[in-house]
Design a protein around this ligand. Structure first.
Ligand code: GLN
Length: 249
């Protein structure tokens, strides 16, 4: 971290902010403050360059048009984001944001939107849209994650990348996996927003920047997580049953 204040960057919230993704920034700032750290939410409006001085970069979801506008600004600031990454900054990228940290998103309208290429991933629009509760079993050391997804994109990771986890309910990347997990970087299709729903993932991101974290009482957050896990499992069961009845399963 560059100084003693944690700077959580909410990038282009007017373009990349569907389904309350702003909540991810609020949760990171609050969970740092509860532990006695100075923390600041830095909003970067779409008209401005993305600074290289942030400790966490949050890229949220958005539909194709705002996503295309956001991509242009992100590419223009790619060098600064790269410098910040070299200095230890973390990234959380959700849905459209996840697609834009990859190489490219090919929309259903024949447009090809270039991303930052921070991860080796390509996304193509597909059908049907993947909408609903999503439950993901992470690759390592994190409890099961729950979220909400609504996207057409199907993401293919390069051979050297590993996903955030395995999809138990829902669509994710479209191949049974969701997202991408890298050194100080998470990409995922989970809205919800994802961090209020999954405090362990929030703390994983914080620990990448702040180091070891003091424990927090997360009883309320865990109650929400348990409720959403029930909802996600029920949605999965319903889909399994429908597919069986229609002879698709
Ligand atoms: N436009 C992208 C898609 O449909 C992302 C949607 C989103 O961020 N919710 O795949």
């Amino acid at each position: 971290m560059s100084d003693s204040t944690l700077r959580v960057g909410l990038i282009y919230p007017e373009l990349l902010g569907t389904y309350g993704d702003r909540g991810n920034a609020v949760v990171l700032v609050q969970r740092a403050r509860w532990r006695g750290h100075d923390a600041e939410l830095v909003e970067v409006p779409a008209s401005e360059p993305i600074p290289d001085s942030l400790d966490v970069y949050l890229f949220g979801g958005g539909e194709d048009d705002p996503q295309s506008m956001a991509a242009a600004g992100m590419r223009a600031s790619a060098a600064g984001i790269g410098r910040a990454r070299d200095n230890g900054a973390a990234v959380l990228a959700v849905c459209a944001g996840f697609q834009l940290i990859g190489h490219r998103y090919d929309t259903g309208d024949g447009e090809s939107i270039d991303g930052l290429g921070l991860v080796d991933a390509v996304t193509r629009a597909g059908s049907p849209r993947l909408i609903g509760e999503i439950v993901v079993e992470p690759a390592e050391g994190l409890p099961i994650l729950t979220g909400f997804e609504n996207h057409g994109g199907r993401t293919t990771l390069g051979a050297g990348e590993r996903p955030l986890g395995r999809v138990l309910t829902g669509g994710g990347n479209g191949d049974g996996s969701d997202g991408v997990l890298r050194d100080r970087l998470v990409g995922t299709y989970l809205h919800g927003p994802v961090l209020p729903r999954n405090p362990a993932l929030a703390d994983r991101l914080l620990s990448w920047v702040l180091g070891d974290l003091a424990p927090l009482d997360s009883a309320l957050e865990e109650k929400l997580r348990a409720q959403q896990l029930d909802a996600g499992s029920a949605a999965g069961l319903r889909k399994w049953w429908q597919d069986r009845r229609l002879g698709r399963g």
